[in-house]
Design a protein around this ligand. Structure first.
Ligand code: SME
Length: 171
């Protein structure tokens, strides 16, 4: 397993996402532990783009509960009917929010977060077991490039979850 991340310099975000997917694959390949793999996935994204907050909320007992993350302290529990994370969970699709202040019910864990993207994570039964949440200090920081890039990284994670039968994390 390679543990040194190679981030292309002077590259576009699309190119960086492209370079990251195979590296995430090799990082996850040798490890079956769910929390360890979520932690390294969050680190890989944070190190590459320096977003304000990168992390996971996992479905547990009918709530989204904070999982591994990189960034400032965060809210620990989100109800399914609250926030961007709850909305992405309910919609079962990626949500891009250009201005969090304009999103009804947005949960301001930090007043510094201005825009965000949330990508649901599916198990092999097509159930959402959690979400990847990425927050930026800049307005309108995410677009279809981030959606495509982050969804590709989540696909790599989903393959590892299925292979290692980490679905059990859904309680
Ligand atoms: N932005 C989220 C809350 C979690 S934090 O920002 C880390 C939301 O509204 O769902």
């Amino acid at each position: 397993m390679s543990i040194t991340l190679e981030i292309p310099q002077q590259a576009s975000r699309a190119e960086i996402y492209q370079a990251l997917a195979p590296q995430l694959e090799s990082v996850l390949e040798g490890e079956s532990d769910f929390v360890a793999n979520l932690a390294n996935t969050a680190a890989l994204i944070k190190e590459s783009f320096h977003f304000f907050w990168v992390g996971f909320y996992l479905v547990k007992n009918q709530q989204l509960v904070l999982g591994p993350f990189q960034g400032p302290l965060a809210c620990t529990r989100i109800d399914f009917n609250r926030g961007v994370c709850g909305a992405a969970y309910r919609a079962q699709k990626t949500l891009v929010v250009p201005n969090v202040d304009e999103f009804p019910g947005h949960i301001a864990c930090s007043s510094l977060a201005r825009s965000e993207i949330v990508v649901p994570i599916f198990n092999s039964r097509q159930e959402v077991i959690g979400v990847l949440d990425v927050d930026s200090q800049h307005l309108n920081d995410f677009d279809s490039v981030d959606q495509k890039g982050l969804e590709a990284l989540v696909k790599v994670l989903e393959r590892s979850i299925t292979k290692n039968q980490n679905d059990i994390a859904r309680t």
